[in-house]
Write a protein that binds this ligand. Structure first.
Ligand code: KIV
Length: 300
């Protein structure tokens, strides 16, 4: 897959994101899990591309995100990073790669920068992750925090449930968001929290909030690309907050079915899909075959 032609955008950096935030211009973020999905995101003017651990479920067919390994995330980060010439690229630290302590978090974050070729890392958790965020950012690696619904902890949360629906729960989310900000996170993802709570958290913070299922007052939005492009079979569960902007699955299915039918009927390949050769070479070849006993069809 070659490069996309057209005018190359300037590279989005932490400074660009700060400037968007200062201008109150929403930050557009989307996931990408491989080279083509990253190329389309980059070419569409997206500010931030996240190699989310949603990879586990939507691209690797795993049951949940807890199964995906650092090495698998790194392979996909590298593929994405080859395509994101302009978008700021963030790699998601998978479950088990940072919770043991700040040293483990920093070691994994360094691998994501050196081997994954991303510009920042994301990790899930609030105040309890502050020392880890502090350690990683002190080493010069930007951290995107993630509070509210944290899918890596779905077993403890009792599933993929909306968070912060009680006053106590909402206070907890605000305190978590403030703690990760104070620890040095450059922005924080707010997932599946009531829009009103996200609005107040956004007002109280001095770093951008990136909403997913958190209403439209956040400083930016993120969606899983596979979900919003409709690249999944009909009937699959889709979270309430997803707007489906396309139907890639149905396009792909139509194309593959048409190809299959053409193969079966020999309508494909047509003459324009074949490589011509000079007639005299073809005649010589046919003659040579005809006269060589060892080149005749054998019964197997
Ligand atoms: O893994 C992921 O894709 C994410 C986003 C949905 C925020 O964490």
């Amino acid at each position: 897959m070659g490069p996309v032609t057209g005018k190359q955008r300037k590279k989005v950096t932490i400074a660009t994101l700060r400037s968007l935030y200062a201008k109150n211009e929403p930050i557009a973020m989307i996931t990408a899990h491989d080279f083509p999905s990253a190329l389309v995101a980059d070419n569409s003017g997206i500010d931030v591309v996240l190699v989310g651990d949603s990879l586990a479920m939507v691209a690797l067919g795993m049951e949940d995100t807890s199964e995906v390994l650092v090495e698998e995330m790194l392979l996909h980060c590298r593929s994405v990073a080859r395509a994101t010439k302009a978008a700021f690229t963030v790699g998601d630290l998978p479950m088990g790669s940072y919770e043991i302590g700040p040293e483990q978090g920093l070691e994994t974050a360094i691998r994501f920068i050196k081997q994954g070729r991303v510009q920042a890392v994301k990790l899930e958790g609030g105040r309890e992750m502050a020392p880890t965020i502090n350690k990683i950012t002190s080493a010069g690696i930007p951290v995107l925090a993630h509070v509210g619904l944290t899918p890596q902890r779905q077993n403890a949360l009792g599933g993929f449930k909306v968070q912060g629906k009680t006053a106590g729960g909402a206070l907890h989310i605000l305190e978590d968001a403030m703690a990760v900000q104070d620890a040095g996170a450059f922005a924080v993802v707010l997932e599946a929290v009531p829009a009103e709570i996200a609005r107040i958290v956004t007002e109280k913070l001095s770093i951008p909030t990136i909403g997913i299922g958190a209403g439209n007052t956040c400083s930016g939005q993120v969606l899983v690309q596979v979900d919003m492009t409709g690249n999944f079979p009909p009937g699959r569960f889709l979270p309430k907050f997803v707007r489906q902007y396309g139907n890639v699955w149905s396009e792909a299915q139509q194309a593959v079915e048409a190809y299959r039918a053409d193969v079966k009927s020999r309508a494909y390949p047509a003459p324009e899909h074949t490589y011509p050769m000079p007639q005299e070479e073809l005649d010589m070849f046919a003659n040579a075959v005809e006269q060589s006993p060892h080149l005749q069809r054998r019964k197997l």
